[in-house]
Design a protein around this ligand. Structure first.
Ligand SMILES: [Zn+2]
Length: 287
């Protein structure tokens, strides 16, 4: 796998990189304390300057909607990517919205139709995604446990020079009892979710890392920052390891740019769509 130096693409993450490396060596309680401090720093109104499409527009008529990454002075952090036709996807997205009834064409209202792959952008995988017997039995996104998708969660950084292997998992020293973990990787540094093509050089869980998580942790919600939880070469085996028990929920394509590591409350809600093995999902972090 060849990768560009992430620091070339996102120069403003240089300082953070150094911080991440230092923090990875620190024991977890210290990381949590440090994370707490950085959460208040992130409350500044100019947070998240690196997200495209955000920021002030100059218009004189006052009709400028605000697009935010944080709400309530940083109390709520949106970790969902905007769905756009240009965003990377397993299937080419093309047109995703049609204005079927338009006020410009005489309708008394605007009314759009949309068409999306179920695994578009920030999304969730149901057990039926990789197990046909689960698909037939109806283990779709409507059956996912909202208790798993909502609650205390740890946002952590993983080493940037490798996939998430068993060795990496072990080195992270995630305490037993932690049930929700969002893994930030090199994918975020490289801005892969902001490219207009599916980049197969993303990182994710190797099979042994997924199996290690299942066997040695209490994690039931596994989040990652690109479209697949699995490393490209272990796509099937890692998904199988994570989804087999039907107790672990996989959330992919999270937007974790500039969010300080630490403990949050995560809230993720998929569409209530019987029969769908995946669904776009809205995820937020709250302090
Ligand atoms: Zn998926």
């Amino acid at each position: 796998m060849t990768m560009k130096n992430p620091l070339e693409e996102r120069p403003n993450t240089r300082m953070k990189q150094k911080g991440f490396l230092t923090m990875l060596k620190a024991p977890l309680p210290l990381i949590l304390i440090l994370a707490d401090l950085s959460v208040s720093i992130a409350s500044a109104s100019d947070a998240y300057p690196t997200i495209p499409g955000t920021g002030d527009c100059l218009r004189t008529d006052g009709l400028v909607p605000v697009r935010r990454e944080v709400y309530g002075n940083g109390r709520i952090i949106d970790i969902t990517h905007r769905i756009t036709p240009e965003m990377p996807s397993f299937e080419r997205l093309g047109q995703i919205l049609w204005l079927a009834h338009s006020m410009k064409n005489g309708s008394s209202f605007n009314f759009s139709l949309m068409k999306l792959p179920a695994h578009t952008g920030t999304h969730v995988d149901a057990p039926g995604h990789y197990f046909d017997q689960y698909f037939d039995a109806g283990f779709d996104v409507d059956t996912l446990d909202l208790e798993v998708l909502n609650g205390p969660a740890l946002l952590i950084d993983v080493p940037r020079d490798k996939n998430i292997t068993a060795e990496v998992m072990e080195s992270l020293k995630i305490p037993r009892g932690v049930r929700r973990v969002l893994f930030r990787t090199l994918n975020t540094d490289r801005g892969l979710m902001y490219k207009n093509f599916f980049d197969t050089s993303f990182v994710g869980f190797k099979e042994d890392g997924a199996k290690w998580l299942v066997k040695n942790t209490d994690i039931k919600l596994v989040g990652i920052d690109y479209l697949s939880i699995a490393a490209f070469d272990d796509d099937i085996s890692s998904h199988l390891a994570l989804l087999e028990s039907r107790e672990i929920i996989v959330v992919e394509g999270l937007k974790l740019d500039d969010v300080p590591t630490g403990l949050y409350n995560v809230h993720c809600l998929p569409l209530r769509f019987p029969g769908a093995e995946g669904s776009p999902i809205r995820c937020i972090l709250m302090e």
